[in-house]
Design a protein around this ligand. Structure first.
Ligand code: 5GP
Ligand code: MG
Length: 175
């Protein structure tokens, strides 16, 4: 393996847990009496949606996974987004769940795909928001934490497949 990168906690697991409970209550209130279709984007959202969905006490909730990924390798986004497995969503109120909102290209591509498939409404819930990085004018209705422009890993977020399992959201600046 190459040089080691050292993860340092930025947002601790206990804060994430508490924020998921708040967001879950807020989402349940906003969709009271309705049956939203929750669409997490794999793989980054896997930890977040597990905690978030279990904090949304709505009987009518339906959950189906999709995935989105930027073409190209590394941490530099190419701007081209591949969206896969968009579920049947005609006339549905869709809540997209993702790990992080960065340039906004991923969320825009997913929203366009959902609308093309007939979604009545599309909202987004992201754990993290880096608003200073935005290239597309888009925002999420539900945001866990607004963070500065640092590359983060953990709690589902990876660096080339690593660090997804860390309980905290961490920065990985080189030593
Ligand atoms: P956007 O399309 O908004 O630029 O980026 C969204 C996607 O880029 C996220 O779902 C995530 O996969 C990736 N991404 C953006 N910023 C980070 C980061 O700081 N760390 C990691 N691990 N992934 C990121
Ligand atoms: Mg992602």
């Amino acid at each position: 393996m190459g040089h080691m990168l050292h993860p340092r906690p930025l947002i601790r697991a206990s804060r994430i847990t508490a924020r998921c409970r708040q967001l879950g209550r807020q989402i349940a209130g906003d969709y009271a009496g309705q049956h939203p279709l929750v669409v997490p984007l794999l793989g980054g959202a896997f930890c977040f949606v597990a905690d978030l969905a279990r904090a949304i006490p709505l009987h009518g909730l339906e959950l189906r996974f999709a995935s989105a990924s930027s073409y190209g390798a590394g941490t530099v986004t190419s701007g081209q987004v591949a969206v896969d497995a968009i579920p049947e969503c005609r006339d549905r109120q869709v809540l997209v769940v993702d790990d992080i909102l960065d340039t906004g290209r991923t969320l825009r591509a997913v929203e366009l795909a959902l609308r093309a498939a007939g979604a009545a409404e599309v909202r987004a819930c992201v754990l993290l928001d880096k608003p200073t990085r935005r290239e597309v004018p888009i925002q999420a209705q539900y945001v866990g934490f607004t963070i500065p422009n640092r590359f983060v890993v953990g709690y589902g977020l990876d660096y080339d497949g690593r660090y997804r399992h860390l309980p905290d959201v961490c920065t990985i600046d080189e030593e």
